[in-house]
Design a protein around this ligand. Structure first.
Ligand code: ADP
Ligand code: MG
Length: 355
């Protein structure tokens, strides 16, 4: 029975590289098909796709311009790879003097810090120096894992007390309490991108669309076949990309953080280290939780929570979700088996995808 469901789900979902979520927009039992404008491309080192049902007024070129314009604004604020980006410049600024930032970046930072605090500080944007040390930053590298001493030394630069946002009369400033502090907002980039594009489309009056930026998705209304949008959560244990289970997106924001796609391989031990780093220990997550999916009203919020919840692991992530009434699902790999668990609030999204 289960196998049959999986097979039909796989045929209903298109799988893109480097994503944890997959758009399932093909239904077998369908009626009318409306014309859609669908564009896709690359942003923030990953893939995006936007699908506007009924067609976008500016056609593919117009929709691409809308999406890529939105991503460019986000990248300009938070990129740690683009020399012209505000956050890049702040990280490069080796001084503890206040550094002027835009209101947009100030809000992004404050909101991400707030979300991190809700989950024991497990999402912590001051992980920047650890991200670099483990080879996930702009000096991406392979080789040997950092030494314990290096990790301990770097941990001294990490923590929510290592930086602050100052709101002055002439605007916002960012201050680091050590010249080597580096901030990293990569964890919310995809969510911000999905929200931004969705908000622009809503403003323009569109009521049926889906936006996917790698592991972050926002959808509204119905797909081209007049059915609710479906998404596939990837099977993290499979070498080929395949869907583990489908959910209905139901006008919500869905994001998934995974420990299995982007990793560092230690050449000596062959051990694999994920890009989700525990800001308390300085080590990438090494537990059995492979992915965490969070559904909420905002892709930014889901994206700010998912990486931290992945760091905390499935037990804590699910307990937090039950307590705070969030729809959360986790996939673990335990004793050679895949274990899928979810909170009560997640169930309706699964049930509706089976219909
Ligand atoms: P995923 O690809 O799993 O969705 P994201 O792209 O959302 O993950 O975020 C992963 C990135 O976030 C890492 O590459 C790193 O730059 C940064 N990061 C890693 N660990 C943390 C953490 N504990 N808190 C905040 N950011 C983190
Ligand atoms: Mg995230």
């Amino acid at each position: 029975m289960k196998k049959a469901i999986l097979t039909s789900l796989i045929s209903a979902c298109i799988i893109f590289p480097t994503v944890y979520l997959t758009a399932c927009n093909k239904n077998n039992d369908v009626t009318v098909e409306t014309k859609s404008t669908v564009v896709q491309g690359k942003t923030m080192g990953t893939f995006y796709q936007v699908n506007v049902v009924g067609g976008y007024k500016g056609g593919e070129d117009g929709l691409k311009a809308l999406a890529e314009g939105a991503f460019a604004k986000i990248t300009k604020a938070i990129s740690t790879f683009d020399k012209d980006a505000e956050l890049y410049k702040f990280n490069d600024f080796k001084s503890t003097e206040p550094f002027k930032i835009s209101d947009d970046l100030s809000v992004m930072i404050q909101n991400t810090v707030y979300q991190g605090r809700r989950i024991e500080g497990a999402t912590d944007i001051s992980v920047g120096p650890l991200v670099n040390l483990w080879g996930f930053g702009k000096d991406k590298k392979d080789g040997n894992k950092p030494s314990q001493e290096q990790i301990e030394e770097t941990l001294k630069l990490v923590g929510q007390d290592k930086f602050e946002v100052l709101l002055k009369e002439d605007g916002a400033y960012l201050v680091k309490h050590d010249p080597n502090v580096r901030l990293d907002l990569a964890t919310v980039g995809e969510g911000l991108g999905a929200d931004f594009v969705a908000e622009l489309l809503i403003k323009e009056g569109y009521q049926n669309f889906m936006v996917n930026v790698a592991g972050a998705s926002r959808s509204y209304g119905k797909n081209a076949k007049g059915k609710v949008w479906k998404l596939g959560i990837e099977d993290p244990t499979s070498k080929q990309r395949k869907v583990y289970t489908a959910i209905c997106a139901l006008d919500k924001a869905v994001t998934t953080a995974g420990s299995y796609r982007n990793y560092f391989k230690d050449e000596t031990s062959g051990k694999i280290y994920s890009h989700a780093i525990d800001p308390k220990t300085g080590y990438p997550v090494a537990h059995q939780t492979m992915s965490v999916t969070v559904i909420s009203d905002s892709a930014f919020e889901s994206d700010a929570l998912d990486t931290g919840l992945l760091v905390l692991g499935a037990d804590k992530a699910l307990a937090w979700g039950e307590k705070n009434q969030y729809a959360i699902a986790t996939i673990e790999y335990k004793d050679g088996k895949t274990v899928f668990r979810y909170t009560d609030k997640f169930k309706p999204y699964l049930d509706c995808a089976k219909r």
